[in-house]
Design a protein around this ligand. Structure first.
Ligand code: AGP
Length: 614
């Protein structure tokens, strides 16, 4: 949940580190800091607060040098203050470390060093890493091998997770990195090299990256880079080229990343669909499932596991697989699934759904499933991320970098990929070619439908102005729209800090309706088809008790206007695709209410974009 960026080359490190930190700020923003090496002089600057606060401080206290490491923090151990901000140094100020992860055995290690007279200067677990490296590194050594050996010996003592970068003042120009459980990427430049928590931080600097694997070390100088295994033996590593351009990771003309990513949804959906719909066989095709048709035919149960918004996409996936593939599906919170031990037979496939590919609970659930011999797939947005690499196969979302902490385009791309997978599995079983052809036609029309759904923006902005002051919101949906009710509630609560709950609409009568009063708006997502009338009855029940009602209905249901206080119209699409158009006004509603309440839309309090600790 923290962000790391490091540099070694011929340019001054400070501006490059700051730019990288800004791109990583969504990973955590309690405090930030950097350390640079100018010859053997170590310059350390760190501040609580946002990266902007660090940047202001650096104006009067610049950090010189062409080698540096930096960090933006989401606090796990120790409050967010200057003292606990990274980098952390050894007591003799020789070693500087930035770290993403949790060192679970830091307390006994710290006690042992303190009993030997070592003085600690922070409440963090990270400091133990710097202190141990210094302890293993002869004070007079300038040999890179000694520095590498000291880091390797330190890592062997640690339990927990880390993605880290280290500097030693007696080894100018050298940056060491190591990874266990927290992502780390080497960026390969021309006469310069980078280290970052994810490739998005390197956009604009280099497109050539190497994804570090668990238990690997990397050794970077301006002119060279290499990867070592836990025995400090050189290993080969594949160099990937990321296809994001410099503009992808910027806000462009938008005020916030979240709004940009809401508006990118039509294009992101086109990218998700591109090359995967097969008209000839009326099915979908994926290049990376890595499971042969025979294996997939044997699958007789699906488990979808995820967290947060990705969990809500999984809930839509449950309806899709049941309807189109006629397969039993279970949806599991990854944080629960990883510790449960349900009796599941081998023909159950486990599909992990994740935007970042680094969510600790989802990664653990995937590993647990693999340990029990299940075939696994990952639906993921970040190429080369841990979950993408560790699953047997998978499908990339192709949504482009999603920087805003509140997930938007990843959700709609996840639902679309799940619809294509349901088509793929269905056509392997009983779905007819005519049904497949119809689904392909309906899927192809989705990007434009979402584009048209964005036209509700002004209406939603006005509704936000009327309700931005309330303390509670209820979201009601049924069938395919029940997960969207949950997602709308999550969007609102995570960026506006208003308490919001999503429910199956018919559940109102079993308790939640007691919450209804004139200060508690209810958002009703009105489905197509037979249950429309049922949900309208639920809506009336709320109206009868004085609760304000905001209805999201597709074109053609004008009668809703007479019965709801507010109506937001969305394009009419098949019911199984309604989540894709209905979620758009809910994303915009959360965005505008959060703005009106003065909240930081892209970096809401207490949250981070990628939850890489459990
Ligand atoms: C969604 O808006 C939240 N930021 C959060 O719930 C997120 O969906 C969750 O942490 C899962 O992240 P992932 O998709 O990267 O695994």
């Amino acid at each position: 949940m923290c962000g790391i960026i490091a540099y070694t080359g011929a340019r001054q490190a400070q501006p490059l580190l700051l730019e990288g930190l800004h791109r990583l700020e969504y990973r955590g923003y309690d405090s930030s800091g950097l350390a640079t090496l100018a010859g053997s002089e170590l310059h350390v600057r760190k501040r609580a607060g946002r990266i902007q606060d660090l940047a202001h401080y650096l104006r009067d206290h610049p950090a010189r040098g062409v080698t540096g490491i930096s960090h933006t923090r989401w606090a796990t151990h120790g409050p967010a203050n200057d003292r606990n901000a990274h980098p952390h140094l050894s007591s003799d100020q020789r070693i500087a470390v930035v770290h993403n992860g949790v060192i679970e055995n830091y307390a006994p290690l710290k006690r042992q060093l303190e009993s030997d007279g070592v003085v600690f200067h922070s409440d963090t677990d990270t400091e133990i890493i710097a202190q141990l490296i210094a302890r293993h590194l002869d004070i007079n050594s300038t040999a890179p091998e000694d520095f590498i050996e000291a880091v390797s010996r330190t890592l062997a003592l640690l339990k927990g997770t880390y993605g880290l970068a280290v500097l030693s003042r007696r080894h100018p120009g050298l940056v060491l990195g190591a990874r266990l459980g927290s992502p780390l990427v080497v960026g390969i430049g021309d006469g310069e090299n980078f280290l970052a928590s994810d490739a998005g931080a390197l956009v604009g600097q280099t497109a050539r990256v190497v994804y570090l694997q668990d238990h690997q070390l990397c050794v970077l100088t301006a002119k060279d880079w290499h990867i070592l295994d836990s025995e400090c033996t050189r290993v080969e590593a594949a160099v990937h080229t990321i296809d994001w351009g410099p503009g992808d990771a910027d806000k462009g003309a938008f005020e916030h990343y979240m709004l940009k990513e809401i508006y990118e949804q039509p294009e992101a959906l086109e990218n998700a669909l591109r090359g995967r719909l097969d008209d000839a066989d009326a099915t979908a095709h994926f290049g990376g499932l890595n499971l042969d048709t025979q294996q997939l035919r044997q699958v007789d149960r699906i488990i979808l596991t995820a967290c947060g918004t990705s969990y809500h996409a999984a809930l839509v996936g449950e309806y899709l697989f049941e309807e189109f593939a006629r397969m039993p599906v279970e949806v599991e919170y990854a944080s629960e699934f990883r510790y449960r031990n349900p009796p599941i037979d081998r023909n159950t496939i486990v599909i992990a759904i994740t935007q970042s590919g680094e969510t600790a609970d989802t990664l653990a659930a995937l590993r647990e499933s693999k340990r029990k011999g299940h075939p696994t797939l990952a639906l993921c947005n970040v190429v080369g991320s841990s979950i993408a690499r560790e699953a047997d196969g998978g499908v990339y979302l192709h949504a482009g970098p999603e920087i805003g902490v509140a997930s938007t385009k990843a959700f709609t791309n996840q639902v679309t990929v799940l619809a294509m997978l349901a088509l793929y599995f269905g056509r392997m079983r009983h779905l007819s070619s005519l049904q497949g052809t119809r689904m392909i036609r309906e899927l192809r029309a989705i990007p434009d439908a979402v584009r048209r759904a964005l036209s509700c923006h002004d209406a939603v902005r006005r509704i936000a102005e009327r309700y931005s002051h309330v303390a509670n919101f209820l979201y009601m949906g049924r069938q395919y729209l029940y997960p969207v009710a949950l997602e709308g509630a999550l969007k609102l609560k995570e960026i506006s800090y208003i308490h919001a709950e999503g429910y199956p609409a018919a559940e109102m009568k079993h308790g939640p309706i007691a919450l209804v009063d004139e200060d508690t708006p209810s958002v009703f997502l009105l489905p197509r088809g037979a249950i429309f009338d049922k949900v309208m009855s639920n809506l009336e029940e709320v109206k009868a008790r004085g609760g304000p009602v905001i209805a999201v209905a597709h074109e053609g249901h004008e009668e809703v206007t007479d019965r709801a206080d507010e109506v937001i119209c969305v394009p009419d699409v098949p019911d199984y695709l309604q989540p894709l158009v209905t979620v758009v006004p809910l994303q915009l509603l959360a965005y505008h209410i959060a703005l009106l309440r003065g909240c930081d839309v892209d970096k809401p309090r207490n949250l981070a974009k990628s939850v890489t600790v459990e």
